[in-house]
Design a protein around this ligand. Structure first.
Ligand code: GLN
Length: 485
């Protein structure tokens, strides 16, 4: 086993016992990057020099006995998180030269916990997409099959963990952008409750839906990352001042006697047969572990996609109004006056999908259409949330597939936005309701592509997700493979 293949908790033990150093771990990870990054292309920016300095400092702290939860652990950051003095592009031409003057709260927190940052990972432009194909910096490839997409929008963060190009990473999830790529790359991904993790310093897409969360190799690592990033932040008005439990304590607890809801609306026509079979098998495992799987209904599920594609573009059209070429980012040289400079900056700076979202959102918010679209969507969103409130009166967690299909081919859905949007049909509801969701690997297709299983829980019940996913992970009975890169 190479060091880059290990989990955070395995490396922590080796660091504590003195068997390995932070610099040794980093050498292994950068050796791996050297070997596979030309094919995977998970990163927009690599931070090798800075990482080596951080690892050397970590080794000094380790020697002094000052070991924190992530001391010396190489971690990658989606390029949506502001990093002081380090280019932060959000996958867009319009921010290709943006160097933030401050760190996002999650970056500060990971640094305080001792993390070493390997680089900034590739993503769909402004996190709009499900395949990482809308990135200005080119597509990331799925480590399990280089002809396929890694999912999106946090495709680089998912692929980097799957390929061993970091030990864990951070992504963001507005409609599925952590859970869907986690499923397609065979890793664990969690979207916490809205308000659980501070969004300060994360470039905004749709502010009422955005959440930050980890990609990890196993559920215990997910708990360790959550311990590091969760919590109230006075700089972020929607972060919630409630206590953060020790998520790691949930890993060994088991689920005997739990009620696990199986929503009939998530087992629909059009779902890939191998995905459906893998999820059915997982239901069997949950029952063997003492979970009672019961049929439930989330009756407004059919409206989720439509509601999301009004609310998210509406918020995006407002959030992205700030990119005008004046104070930072790309500015077109071709404008003869101020108005033309604005127009040319935005038409040259944004890609096609971002423009589509801005146009949809501006339309949905315009006078005469606001009531018919934005207001109506907000009302239906409340019904979707109520479906979950009702469901969690009957069950402890909900189980669904994460994505209706395994990873698809590069280029397969780029011409058809609706097909692309359907990739998130099972993940979007959690963002609309503000509840946490976690994707854990649940087997492979005959062709060797990973499949993901999603668990959903009530607000601030991330611990339950860790509890059931850890129990499942330990008892799948299936083999655990690694991509043969
Ligand atoms: N794929 C969805 C979209 O394109 C969700 C993206 C995300 O979660 N950031 O909007």
């Amino acid at each position: 086993m190479e060091l880059y293949e290990l989990t955070i908790h395995e490396l922590q033990e080796k660091i504590r016992s003195g068997e390995v150093s932070a610099s040794g771990i980093l050498d292994s990870v950068f050796g791996r990057i050297e070997a596979v990054e030309v094919n995977v292309r998970a990163y927009i920016t690599l931070l090798e020099e800075q990482a080596r300095e951080e690892a050397a400092k970590a080794d000094q702290r380790i020697k002094a006995g000052d070991i924190n939860t992530l001391t010396g652990i190489p971690i990658a950051l989606k390029d949506i998180f502001c990093t002081r003095g380090i280019k932060t592009t959000c996958g867009s031409h319009i921010l290709h030269n943006f160097v933030p003057p401050y760190d996002a709260t999650v970056v500060e927190k990971l640094r305080e916990a001792g993390a070493v940052f390997t680089g900034k990972t590739n993503m769909d432009e402004f996190a709009m997409g499900s395949s990482t194909e809308t990135s200005f910096f080119g597509v990331t490839r799925n480590p399990w099959d280089l002809d396929r997409i890694p999912g999106g929008s946090s495709g680089g963060s998912a692929a980097a963990v799957a390929a061993g190009e970091c030990i864990a990473s951070l992504g963001s999830d507005t409609g599925g952008s952590i859970r869907q790529p986690a499923a397609l790359c065979g890793v664990v991904g969690m979207k916490p409750t809205y308000g659980r993790v501070s969004r300060f310093g994360m470039i905004a897409f749709a502010s009422s839906l955005d959440q930050i969360g980890p990609f990890t190799k196993d559920v215990e690592d997910c708990a360790i990352m959550m311990n590091a990033i969760a919590g109230y932040d006075p700089r972020e008005s929607t972060s919630v001042p409630t206590d953060v439990p020790d998520y790691r304590a949930f890993v060994e607890r088991g689920i005997d006697g739990w009620n696990v809801g199986i929503p009939k609306e998530y087992f629909i026509e059009g779902i890939d047969a191998e995905v459906a079979a893998a999820v059915q098998k997982a239901i069997g495992v949950i029952e063997k572990l003492g979970g009672k799987c019961l049929p439930i209904s989330l009756p407004h599920t059919e409206y989720c996609l439509a509601v999301y594609y009004i609310v998210a573009p509406a918020e995006a059209s407002s959030n992205l109004a700030r990119y005008d070429g004046v104070k930072y980012g790309f500015r077109s040289e071709n404008g003869r006056d101020l108005l033309e400079m604005y127009k040319k900056t935005r038409s040259e700076g944004f890609g096609a999908e971002v423009k589509r979202r801005i146009m949809i959102g501006t339309y949905a918010l315009s006078s005469g259409y606001y009531d018919a679209y934005y207001k109506k969507a907000s009302q239906v969103r409340a019904l979707i949330k109520r479906d979950f409130d009702d469901a969690f009166r009957q069950c402890d967690v909900i189980l669904t597939p994460t994505s209706p299909t395994p990873a698809f081919k590069i280029g397969e859905k780029t011409d058809d936005p609706i097909k692309m949007y359907l990739s998130d049909i099972f993940t979007i509801s959690a963002n609309l309701a503000g509840i946490p969701g976690l994707s854990v690997p649940c087997g492979y297709t005959a062709g060797g592509l990973p499949i993901g299983l999603q668990f959903l829980a009530g607000h601030f019940a991330e611990g339950r997700l860790i509890q059931i996913a850890a129990a499942y992970e330990k008892n799948t009975g299936g083999e655990k493979r690694k991509p043969s890169l």
